[in-house]
Design a protein around this ligand. Sequence first.
Ligand code: UDP
Ligand code: GLC
Length: 399
Amino acid sequence: MTGALSADGLAIRTGEPGTRPRVLFVSHTGTMSGAELVLRDAVRPWTGSTAFLFEDGALADVLRGAGLTIRLARRGSGLSGLRRDASVLRALPKLGRLAGLALEIARAARACDVVYANSQKAFLLAAIPARLVGRPILWHLHDILDGAHFGRAQRIVQARLANLCAARVVVPSRAAADAFIKVGGSASRVSVVPNGLDLDLDPRSPAALRAELGLPAGPLIGVFSRLAPWKGQDVVIEALARIPDLRGIVVGTALFGEDAYAARLRTLAAELGVADRVLFLGQRSDVPRLMQAVDAVVHPSVDPEPFGRTLVEAMLAGVPVIATDAGASAEILDGGAAGTLVPPRRPDRLAAALAAVLADPDAFAERTRLARDRARTRYGAAGMQQALATLILETVARA
Ligand code: UDP
Ligand code: GLC
């Protein structure tokens, strides 16, 4: 990781160890998806703080490595499997454990100055305990509270609870802020802090990278997201089937139990006769290199994307990006000036956009340059860390 602002610079701005506020970071999952990668980078200035995690896993290791004290919930394991739009009836058998967990969070919160909930479930469980022990709570809401992702009752409960308990609600995009406000969330509490990240890029040519990675020559596209129905990898396979000789890599795995969808993608490729042209690479730790090796990156989410780190990664990698116009994609890609926007669930439109990029890559060079500059100036890790640190400090000061 490289950052324009050093960790020392951030340490000074958040106060010296011992004088800076003690933050309790709360997460319901131990699995690393985008929200947890953001948390990994956000905690950098907060060494010596504590993370309360519902379950053990990769996130615990990463946060421990960042100098945080880890408290693992005694009653948390398995709760991340509770569907986020589960009805009260489904949650009922777990109520005893949820109450126990809330008590554990209250105790941990009392030892800190501010609570930072990094997920919807973390906020739902920590909001009332934090307020009961008199600690302000900040909710980093990585979701879009709209009808595609949540039932109406769920959305309203979340917005009301936020209005009642959250000192601040942080969202990664204007699209996520608008959805929160539309369902009744208080506009004055919302702060948009775009996700920020830095990439270590490989200086080698795409051809050299392909040779090293064992990827084929010829037209090659990539899709880089966990496998889930709303991420829309099936639409890419359908689009690819419309372009002879085009190959695609599908990077990522089903992180949250979407195994049936993962299996369906393989069946779909076989049914469309393109099984030999779609390479499933599984979960990878070398996404930037893979992105640099392909001719175009597709971000095909069929439901509104709250942010989409992979979009920014592709922009930084200097590869043409084609994204569905749903959620934050348009604001990240400057309304299409820094990439190509296509309607969601339209393999025909996606295929046409892909064909255009592959036929004349030079025509897209200016957009790709603009995308890289935009990602570097607006979506860097240091900017995000500083903006989040400022909000945490303001929240403590107001309390
Ligand atoms: N990612 C990864 N390996 C994979 C697939 C994805 O490291 O095989 C990373 C990807 O580079 C990105 C993150 O997972 O940084 C996904 O974040 P995003 O915000 O795009 O989506 P989310 O999965 O959180 O909805
Ligand atoms: C969530 C969203 C994704 C976002 C990430 C980090 O996982 O689905 O769009 O980039 O959180 O905020």
